[in-house]
Design a protein around this ligand. Sequence first.
Ligand SMILES: NC(=O)c1ccc[n+]([C@@H]2O[C@H](COP(=O)([O-])OP(=O)(O)OC[C@H]3O[C@@H](n4cnc5c(N)ncnc54)[C@H](O)[C@@H]3O)[C@@H](O)[C@H]2O)c1
Length: 282
Amino acid sequence: MHRVGVVGGGLMGSGIAEVCARSGCDVVVVETDASTAERALGRITSSLDRGVRSGKVSEDDRDRAIAGIRLTTDAAELADRTLVVEAVIEDEATKLAVFRRLDDVVTDPAAILATNTSSIPVMKLGIATSRPAHVIGIHFFNPVPVLRLVELVPSLLTDEETIARAGSFATDVLGKRVIRSQDRAGFVVNALLVPYILSAIRMMESGFATADDIDLGMVEGCNHPMGPLHLADLIGLDTTMAIADSLYAEFKEPLYGAPPLLARMVEAGLLGRKSGRGFFTY
Ligand SMILES: NC(=O)c1ccc[n+]([C@@H]2O[C@H](COP(=O)([O-])OP(=O)(O)OC[C@H]3O[C@@H](n4cnc5c(N)ncnc54)[C@H](O)[C@@H]3O)[C@@H](O)[C@H]2O)c1
């Protein structure tokens, strides 16, 4: 059995924990305190309950998955893990601290230390440890139980065995589809997606069109499952802004610059779905 650790049980970490547990892994999730740990477990449980209601998950599988997940606030409980996926907030200093801690606590020298970062160089996280050859980006998509894509992002120092093992974990164990990307901010999907979302925000900010019309335009005109502003709300406006900032820092292209409206909304705590209000109200 794979012994998986997940650091950060937010939107993504709880989804990653869920899919790993549903695939038969033993999962330990580390959160910052008891209340965030409880929220993470609540998110996982309600997602599995939704799966049961829609007929995609059996009651037995839900119960087995929940029994396979342990929440903790003590990173030392990751000591025996063979794979750890970091999914804390998109903040470089926070992630660097997590990787230094993982390097200290994870005892198996062959364990893979993965990051779900959307835009922070995998290399920076790798060299924060004494084992950059085993550090890799495994970038999942939201909602993790629904979207099949995983971007596999080795740094220049990641070894071939780690790339192969991480890839086969994603495909053979989790049933995901994998694409490879070089270690560049945004990887493949966000480097294309984020400028599109930022353009929609600029369009709305300038009064060019309303939020409803922009989203309806892309849903009905391009057959997208949701419009760019709903998508920004789903990703989280704080995360969207953090990714834009990393892309801008990497490429220095104006198209990656966060529009002032996005910055004001994040400062106001209007973070999208997770806070109940963003471009739309939930
Ligand atoms: N939201 C998306 O659509 C999406 C998609 C792909 C990748 N990502 C990436 O996944 C990561 C997490 O994003 P999210 O949307 O889940 O954010 P989130 O804000 O929902 O969750 C982050 C969680 O990390 C926890 N946390 C913070 N510091 C911690 C620490 N030191 N130890 C343990 N837990 C800690 C927080 O309590 C919170 O629950 C980010 O790197 C983001 O870029 C996000």
